[in-house]
Write a protein of this length. Structure first.
Length: 313
């Protein structure tokens, strides 16, 4: 990304803020971190993500019951589902199976975030591989990879993920792979376009003049200087991955037991109880929305922090 290009001679004056480093490389990320710390939107996003990550990591300690436990099954009747505050020991009430809603929300954070992180990592790894090959080597390799990417992009992400998950079978692993594969073309095209925009940069021409191999130039210069937009996209993709994971589980592609603690699965079985227990749909839905909002706020803030147009402001 042009963000890491060495400053041109006679360029703009250094910013007034002494905390801003005008150097390249590590200085760019240091400057971005400084801007993020001063951005209220970034702070809100980081706090939201941090809280949910903390809840997910401490689920065995915070959750009163296990994710699949049914401690209140004897309290459930065909017409009655205890709601928040209606039953001692169950602050958010019970679900239709007799599971503690609070415990399921806590364990659901762990399951949903794990699926989101793993699927995004898979998409990032696959997209970077294709993007580096296409952007670094060009020619027929670029044409072949981009035609494959175009085919994947012609199918809506969620529809592609549903198709892959249906083929792989009902399991959390299938959802991770399905969402990851559906994100590969996005990362591949972004990295390729960023690398192509850097090919004519002075530091690339200097490396070519020194006789460095194409592989060395690609891996040591083009790739590191093209990662800014990719990292921003990965942060934003985490938001869509959490939503897509819930959607696939809602469609019954997540496998596991009916009472499995996962936000999308909780929404699936809350449909039949909307009239008598609307909180069963509202609570996991709110968790999904707030988590996605946190990743989106942080991703957009990171984009602004790395934007060359704002770097010297």
């Amino acid at each position: 990304m042009s963000a890491i290009l060495p400053p041109a001679a006679g360029g703009s004056a250094a910013p007034d803020d002494p905390a801003i480093d005008t150097g390249r490389g590590a200085g760019l990320w240091r400057n971005a971190f400084v801007r993020l710390r001063r951005n209220p939107q970034a702070i809100v996003g980081a706090v939201i993500i941090g809280l949910f990550l903390l809840v997910a990591l401490l689920a065995p300690i915070l959750a009163p019951y296990g994710g699949n436990d049914l401690p209140g099954r004897t309290e459930i009747t065909p017409t009655t589902i205890p709601g928040p505050g209606e039953l001692d020991g169950f602050p958010l009430g019970l679900d239709r199976f007799g599971g503690d809603v609070l415990s399921k929300l806590i364990w659901g954070a762990q399951a949903s975030l794990l699926i989101g992180v793993v699927s995004t990592a898979l998409g990032l790894a696959g997209g970077m591989l294709l993007g580096v090959l296409a952007g670094g080597f060009g020619g027929w390799v670029d044409n072949l990879i981009m035609r494959f990417v175009d085919i994947l992009l012609s199918v809506p992400n969620l529809l592609l993920a549903v198709s892959i998950a249906a083929v792989l079978g009902q399991s959390a692993y299938a959802i991770m792979i399905a969402i990851g594969v559906s994100q590969i073309p996005i990362f591949a095209r972004l990295l390729r376009s960023t690398m192509l925009s850097q090919r004519g940069a002075d530091y690339i021409l200097a490396a070519q003049t020194l006789g460095l191999s194409r592989r060395t130039i690609t891996m040591s210069h083009l790739l590191p200087n093209s990662m800014g937009p990719v990292i921003v996209q990965a942060t934003l993709t985490l938001a869509t991955a959490v939503i897509d994971a819930a959607a696939l589980s809602f469609l019954g592609l997540g496998g596991g037991l009916p009472q499995t603690a996962e936000w999308g699965r909780m929404l699936t079985y809350a449909q039949a109880e909307l009239a008598v227990a609307p909180q069963l749909a509202f609570l996991p839905g709110a968790c999904i929305a707030i988590t996605a909002l946190g990743f989106t706020l942080l991703g957009e803030s990171l984009r602004e922090a790395l934007d060359p147009k704002t770097r010297t402001k």
